[in-house]
Design a protein around this ligand. Structure first.
Ligand SMILES: *Cc1c(COP(=O)(O)O)cnc(C)c1O
Length: 396
């Protein structure tokens, strides 16, 4: 094992680097979760979460990974045998789809190539066939991953909503924002989303361990008749206890201290600036990839992710070998290719607690790693990224 000095570069697209202020908050003594101090914290957090999701409705906080928040979204709104529509956009979409199957839902998949987002035109066509004359609104929910972390492709959620509206289809819209919330523009209310699923360890700059569901009026109404079995994930007792600043079980107290600080940091920077920062770092990263003569996996200019970039390897070169060299020599972790992309892509996370020089260091490590692994690249990738960072203003 090589001895490394300085900080590890954690440039996977989640978990992300946790700011020192958040780490310090996490280490505060654990409070009585039934006491007045904790109730005040809960109320403050629930109020501060709304703007991050773009909602004035309730946000349910769960002591879980993002996967638990997926399950909560499904079991609170659907009944056994309900038809649900998923898009084949990548590894995380596939995992959520498999969960829906295991829960006894009737899953239908809109095919995709893992280089594009959820297709609004395909959705409109499918919904048109599911009108009163066709299946009679058999589809109960449309489920999409906003930012597919396995591919670096961001789906156009407002266009999915428009497809539902254009056909007057009553299906619920459930959206996974686990790797986009707090990084890429997202608006639960304005985009007419019914359940937004999120997690703590990506754009929210916390360690793993908190899941979230932002819930629309329509989703709340659906939860009153939804018949999938649920207990721990049931929204009703959580929302009830939240009114008193409490939870129906012991919450993840210390993670909530961290959330308090992370939400303040996002508010201080301002969400529009946060989104612009991520988009700019993503542009600089793409400039590097293209100057190296490599290909970005995302195939639609409208759908590039602000939070990560997936880079395709030239034929005959193994992405995992490049990641291994970079970890060993430069102490930097990059994201692996997942599922069918294993070995074919590596993923550069540029989200969360991140600035221009973090990106410069990251791309310097990637460039040297590619060269050391014998991948043929053109010179000037890092310079191309630095030019974007230099020309487009400060470290905003
Ligand atoms: C990370 C991630 C998940 C999984 O979250 P866990 O916390 O690992 O359960 C799901 N969807 C997306 C888009 C993700 O990025």
């Amino acid at each position: 094992m090589t001895l490394h000095t300085g900080r590890h570069f954690l440039q996977i697209p989640g978990p992300t680097n946790v700011p020192d202020e958040v780490l310090r908050a996490l280490s505060a003594p654990t409070l009585d979760h039934r006491g007045p101090e904790f109730a005040a914290l809960t109320r403050r957090l629930l109020a501060a979460l709304g703007p991050v999701f773009g909602t004035s409705g309730p946000v349910v906080v769960l002591p879980s990974s993002g996967t638990g928040a997926w399950e909560a979204a499904l079991v609170n709104t659907l009944s056994p045998g309900d038809r649900v529509l998923f898009f084949e956009t990548g590894h995380f979409a596939a995992l959520w789809t498999a969960m829906a199957e295991r829960l006894g839902l009737d899953v239908e998949i809109v095919p995709g190539d893992w280089r594009h987002g959820a297709d609004p035109e395909a959705l409109a066509a499918r919904l048109a066939d599911d009108g009163a004359a066709g299946g009679g609104h058999a589809i109960k929910a449309v489920c999409a991953v906003h930012n597919e972390t396995s591919t670096g492709v961001t789906s156009r959620v407002p266009e999915l909503r428009a497809a539902l509206d254009a056909t007057g289809h009553p299906a619920l819209l459930l959206v996974d924002t686990i790797s986009s919330l707090g990084s890429i523009d997202y608006r639960h209310d304005a985009w007419g989303v019914d359940v937004t699923v999120a997690g703590s360890q990506k754009g929210l700059m916390l360690p793993p361990g908190l899941g979230f569901n932002a819930v629309s009026e329509k989703a709340l109404a659906a939860s009153r008749t939804a018949a999938l079995p649920r207990s721990y994930w049931d929204w009703a007792p959580i929302l009830e206890a939240n009114r008193q600043g409490a939870f129906p079980y012991t919450p993840a107290t210390n993670l909530l201290y961290g959330l308090d600080v992370a939400l303040r940091m996002l508010a201080d920077e301002g969400l529009p600036a946060v989104f612009a920062r991520h988009a700019r770092h993503a542009r600089a990263t793409r400039a590097a990839v293209r100057a190296w003569g490599l290909e970005v996996l995302c195939a639609d200019e409208r759908e590039h992710s602000g939070s990560l970039t997936a880079v395709l390897m030239p034929p005959g070169h193994d992405a995992d070998k490049v990641r291994e060299v970079i970890l060993e020599r430069f102490d930097m972790s990059l994201g692996a290719g997942l599922g069918r992309l294993a070995g074919r892509v590596f993923r550069v996370g540029h989200l969360g607690h991140f600035n221009d020089l973090t990106l410069a260091g990251t791309l310097a490590g990637v460039q040297m790693g590619l060269q050391l692994a014998g991948v043929p690249i053109a010179a000037g990738g890092l310079e191309a990224a630095l030019a974007v960072l230099r020309e487009e203003g400060g470290n905003a």
